[in-house]
Write a protein that binds this ligand. Structure first.
Ligand SMILES: *Cc1c(COP(=O)(O)O)cnc(C)c1O
Length: 323
């Protein structure tokens, strides 16, 4: 690090683990002694508690978020010949699960402010083969399910929420996972629930801090939050010009950052066969070249965030002065 400041990791799972280590080890020993390796009373208790928290009747634990999506599509009877509408700005698992059941993902663009699915684009992509629309509650806030639900209901189309990044996120209509027909979530270690049990409030504080620290940095476009939403900040995604150079500057200064996601689904090799062209989803394509995810996790300190903000401000003012 040029100036000797301590590095800021993108994610710090070690601190998160340390906070709950004693409790987890005690539970792990109980579980080993009872040989409850798959399912068992602890899983059942978690399913009940999580259902109560989200505000739904039933929760069933499965192996991962991708399986959860696939099983949701299967539960709806979605199969070969059916179409499922989803945004191109998402983790590819949203589409892979559609492919896994033999159906065809139909891609649509995202809203320029929030980078969440654009409801108007989704509406115009509906055909007589459409069986489901997938609002992805990306980065930690809910997608506009309330705009999609009435038109989906009118046409007998299901709403499958991809809530992998938004446990606890709230919209004016309710909690992520309780807004559509069926919802899938992921407890991958870096996802919000893996982060810390009651981390929601802490993360909201941390997010407001980034907004304050970066308010006077004109080269940084802050994440847009839909009105009425409370974001749980799974990811803090800003947009900057000369993103790759800015990312390199951050790395050189020891600040962990990442890109979610570098390639909109229609431009991936995996889905080249669907025949979409560059230029078709201009908002997502423009955003893909500019997005930058800043460090965001429950143990992120104020000092670390101040460091991130000052390095980012310096890096982006360089890009402005160089045109
Ligand atoms: C992580 C993620 C998934 C898949 O979850 P896994 O547990 O990794 O299979 C699906 N959709 C989104 C938006 C995700 O972030």
């Amino acid at each position: 690090m040029a100036d000797g400041a301590p590095a800021v990791p993108f994610l710090d799972l070690v601190s998160q683990q340390a906070e709950v280590a004693d409790e987890v080890l005690a539970a792990w020993e109980r579980l080993l002694r009872a040989a409850h390796f798959v399912g068992g009373p602890d899983v059942a208790a978690f399913e009940r508690e999580f259902a109560a928290y989200i505000g739904v009747e039933h929760v069933v634990g499965v192996a991962n978020g991708t399986d959860a999506l696939e099983l949701a599509y299967r539960a709806l009877g979605i199969q070969a010949g059916d179409e499922v509408i989803l945004p191109v700005n998402t983790f590819i698992a949203t589409a892979e699960a559609v492919t896994a059941v033999g159906a065809t993902p139909v891609f649509v663009d995202v809203d320029d402010e929030t980078l969440l699915i654009d409801p108007a684009a989704a509406e115009s992509a509906i055909t007589e083969r459409t069986r489901a629309i997938v609002p992805v509650h990306l980065f930690g806030q809910t997608a506009p399910v309330e705009a999609l639900a009435p038109l989906a209901a009118r046409r007998g189309i299901a709403i499958v929420e991809d809530a992998a990044q938004s446990q606890g996120a709230v919209s004016a209509a309710g909690r992520a996972g309780a807004l559509g027909t069926i919802a899938a979530t992921s407890f991958y270690p870096g996802k919000n629930l893996g982060a810390a049990g009651d981390a929601g409030a802490v993360m909201t504080d941390d997010a407001a801090r980034y907004a304050d620290l970066l308010a006077a940095s004109p080269g940084v476009r802050l994440p847009g939050t839909r009105s009425g939403n409370r974001d749980v900040w799974h990811l803090y995604v800003v947009r900057v010009e000369e993103r790759d150079r800015v990312l390199a500057d951050l790395a050189a200064a020891g600040v962990g950052a990442a890109i979610h996601y570098p390639t909109p689904l229609h431009l991936t090799d995996a889905y080249a066969g669907l025949g979409y062209r560059r230029g078709q989803f201009p908002v997502a394509e423009r955003a893909a070249a500019r997005i930058l995810s800043l460090p965001m996790f429950p143990h992120l300190t104020r000092a670390q965030q101040e460091r991130v903000a000052s390095v980012l401000t310096a890096a982006t003012s360089r890009s402005r002065s160089h045109g």
